[in-house]
Design a protein around this ligand. Structure first.
Ligand code: PEP
Length: 258
């Protein structure tokens, strides 16, 4: 259960538009075998496969798995004439316990706005899923030194009207740091924004994650940034060996911190 500060380090990955069903299920099966029923002490893993593989991945992880399966997006309405979309109840029906909302790729290419993010957060909470709210600034905003204000405005919009945000996770993902064209940040470059998020929302949300060019090499340093409760990872976690290595790093980082 989430309450106040995250009790564990979150380590999650979105497969984005990669992997066949067979590949995603193989990843989930290997993860299940590697972690067993108890998972990794102090670490809360999650996996967001493409929608085509969600039900099979959730089934492969098994009921009561320490690994949460989730969706990369969901519509704010429960049902209706929204061709091509899936709703939060449909994602939950397929086994999702967490739903990613507002990734910068969706904001840039699919018309996601602060307003739709807010509606989706409300839907996720209404249906008992964990909303993973992505926020982050473009390179130009970063260069102007306006990152914290930009990100705080995104998160304020996402949480507008939310009375109990203890189930909400925030993923700070600077647009300039994510994906193939992203630039790996120095931990110091993300510290101000994470601190601003922590000061504004840390006591009311379930956790603050960092995402963008995370690797096995830099994971410990990024987890060490004050206020970071976990990592949201793309490319470095798509191979099961990479994901397992990040879980191990998070486990030892927690031991070091306590
Ligand atoms: C992302 O796109 O959300 C992301 C974290 O990607 P990567 O880790 O590959 O930079």
């Amino acid at each position: 259960m989430l309450s106040g500060r995250a009790p564990a380090r979150w380590i999650g990955t979105s497969f984005k538009m990669t992997k066949t069903r067979a590949e995603a299920v193989a990843f989930a099966r290997t993860l299940r075998e590697a972690l067993g029923p108890d998972g990794v002490p102090g670490v809360r893993p999650f996996v967001l496969p493409p929608a085509t593989a969600l039900a099979e991945v959730a089934a492969a992880l098994g009921p009561g798995s320490p690994v949460l399966a989730g969706a990369q997006n969901a519509h704010w309405e429960d049902a209706g004439p929204w061709t091509g979309e899936i709703s939060v109840p449909q994602a939950a029906d397929a086994g999702a316990r967490i739903v990613e909302i507002g990734h910068s790729e969706r904001r840039a290419h699919f018309g996601e706005t602060d307003a739709t993010v807010r509606l989706k957060v409300a839907s996720a909470l209404r249906h008992g899923l964990i909303p993973l709210v992505c926020c982050g600034e473009e390179a130009g905003v970063h260069a102007r030194g306006d990152s914290a204000a930009h990100v705080l405005a995104q998160v304020a919009a996402a949480l507008d009207g939310v009375e109990d945000a203890t189930r909400v996770l925030i993923a700070y993902e600077p647009v300039w740091a994510i994906g193939e064209r992203g630039r790996e940040p120095h931990p110091g470059e993300i510290a101000d924004v994470v601190a601003a998020l922590r000061d504004a929302h840390g006591s009311r949300v379930g956790g603050i994650l960092y995402g963008g060019s995370v690797t096995e090499r830099n994971a410990a340093a990024l987890l060490g940034v004050d206020g970071v409760d976990g990592l949201f990872v793309g490319r470095a976690a798509w191979r099961i060996e990479g994901f397992l290595a990040l879980l191990a790093t998070a486990a030892s980082a927690r031991v070091t911190a306590s």
